[in-house]
Design a protein around this ligand. Structure first.
Ligand code: 5GP
Length: 186
């Protein structure tokens, strides 16, 4: 049996990270792929845990070597999933969760067609604005840029096999857990 890959996608600020944390508490054994990025670490973020923080040159070199399963430009930075985050785990039967934006999720759809893709919707675009502002990690310009991108990302939601609205967190977690358990059991 091949281990499963779960892709959790949706706009920045929709709560993907919170949902994945709750999912992993309820479904033990799921491992999280640590993405590579050229963005600067935010206060408290740890290299190798939150992201692999790379220089532009390091990211270029991984791209040239074909090390990424997917990568995308997002809000002025590059983000990507290194194949090394998946290969050993999948070979040893460990299911992996990817938290990525929509362009990357589309690439995974063609490179790993068996991956289970879940799109997370915000209850409204206004709710995204307040969450991004409350998070306090982005400048007002960055918040605006993320919201503009969110608009087209939400329009892409219909491409995804599973779609969950993160209105009530507990209910959204229950829906995500149900999808993942069903796929793991199938
Ligand atoms: P942030 O800068 O807020 O950590 O992430 C910005 C966006 O990039 C989020 O939507 C996040 O899910 C996405 N992201 C994080 N890692 C990856 C990755 O490896 N690939 C892609 N395509 N997007 C990613």
């Amino acid at each position: 049996m091949t281990a499963k890959v779960f892709v959790i996608t949706g706009p920045s600020g929709v709560g993907k990270g919170t949902l994945i944390r709750a999912l992993r508490e309820q479904v033990p054994g799921l491992e999280l792929s640590v993405s590579a990025t050229t963005r600067d670490p935010r206060p408290g973020e740890v290299d190798g845990i939150d992201y692999h923080f790379l220089t532009q040159d390091q990211f270029d070199s991984h791209q040239e070597s074909g090390d990424f399963i997917e990568w995308a430009r997002y809000a002025g930075n590059r983000y990507g999933t290194l194949s090394s985050e998946l290969s050993e785990r999948l070979a040893s039967g460990v299911a992996v969760v990817l938290e990525i934006e929509v362009q990357g999720a589309r690439q995974v759809r063609s490179s790993l067609p068996d991956a289970v893709q879940v799109f997370i919707d915000p209850p409204s675009e206004e709710s995204l604005r307040s969450r991004l502002a409350a998070r306090g990690t982005d400048t007002p310009d960055e918040v605006e840029s993320r919201l503009q991108t969110a608009h087209s990302e939400i329009a892409a939601g219909k491409e995804f096999a599973h779609r969950i609205c993160n209105d009530q967190l507990e209910q959204a977690v229950d829906e995500l857990v149900a999808i993942v358990r069903r796929e793991l059991d199938s």
